[in-house]
Design a protein around this ligand. Structure first.
Ligand SMILES: [Mg+2]
Length: 245
């Protein structure tokens, strides 16, 4: 079972209710669990330690971040170097996969979430992408949830490069791309149709599962929608009315 993190397991630094109970039950039943986040700012260890801090029991290898997936993609596709528009977490994961982070003449360009994005970084990325270097994006998320609401996501950084080059990424390694599921299935030695994805986002978690051909479960955890009934088709409303009558 593959769990999304932001908005599913936690909101910022707050753990969602009953996470411990659910994970304990899955563990007791012998169902393997791992965690998948489009976070490209943090490294695998950062997220692992955050989950440990919540008192969850897991291994480092159970955590998949877009930063790690970027490094994994570069390694698996034979790239020796990359210009990385991103923060230390992304650079460390890429270098941890044996790919050098360089400023000039890279084999490809990787764009991730970067709170220190500036004109110089945009210019370097622009020049490399215009020079026909493969353009790898960590994800295209418009925003992500924190306790106080939404913040701009990695889509803002990717959009900055597409906006000035007119070129879209050749590969997106995060959700809703099926790349994460392929890597997880390969690592765990399981078939895609035996996997269930649990997440709060239709456009990323559920879309990835649908494209990959695995089961999915949408969780509605935000306060506004928490008490809202969810139906799969409009006629189910009749059943709800009859059930209440
Ligand atoms: Mg989420």
């Amino acid at each position: 079972m593959v769990f999304d993190l932001d908005g599913t397991i936690y909101f910022g630094n707050s753990l969602v209710e009953k996470v411990h109970e659910v994970l304990d039950e899955l563990h007791w039943k012998g169902i393997r669990t791992c965690f998948l986040t489009n976070n490209s700012r943090k490294g695998r260890v950062d997220i692992y330690e955050k989950l440990l801090g919540f008192g969850l029991e897991l291994e480092l290898e159970d955590v998949y971040t877009a930063s790690y997936l970027a490094g994994r993609y570069l390694k698996d596709h034979g790239y020796g170097s990359a210009y990385v528009l991103g923060e230390a977490g992304l650079i460390n994961e890429i270098e941890g996969c044996g790919v050098r982070s360089v400023e000039d003449d890279p084999d490809c360009v990787v764009v991730g979430y970067d709170m220190t994005l500036n004109y110089e970084k945009i210019t370097r990325s622009f020049r490399h992408v215009m020079d026909k270097k493969p353009f790898v994006a960590c994800n295209l998320d418009k925003s992500y949830p924190v306790e106080s609401g939404l913040l701009p996501g990695c889509g803002a950084m990717v959009g900055a490069i597409t906006g000035c080059t007119g070129i879209s990424p050749g590969i997106v390694v995060g959700k809703p791309s099926v790349y994460p599921i392929k890597v997880i299935c390969k690592d765990l030695g399981v078939d895609i149709d035996s996997v269930m994805v649990v997440g709060d986002n239709v456009e990323s978690d559920i879309a990835m599962a649908r494209t990959a051909g695995c089961k999915s479960c949408l969780v509605v955890t935000d306060d506004v929608a928490r008490d809202c009934l969810v139906v799969k088709s409009l006629d189910q409303i009749i059943g709800i009315i009859n059930g209440e009558a």
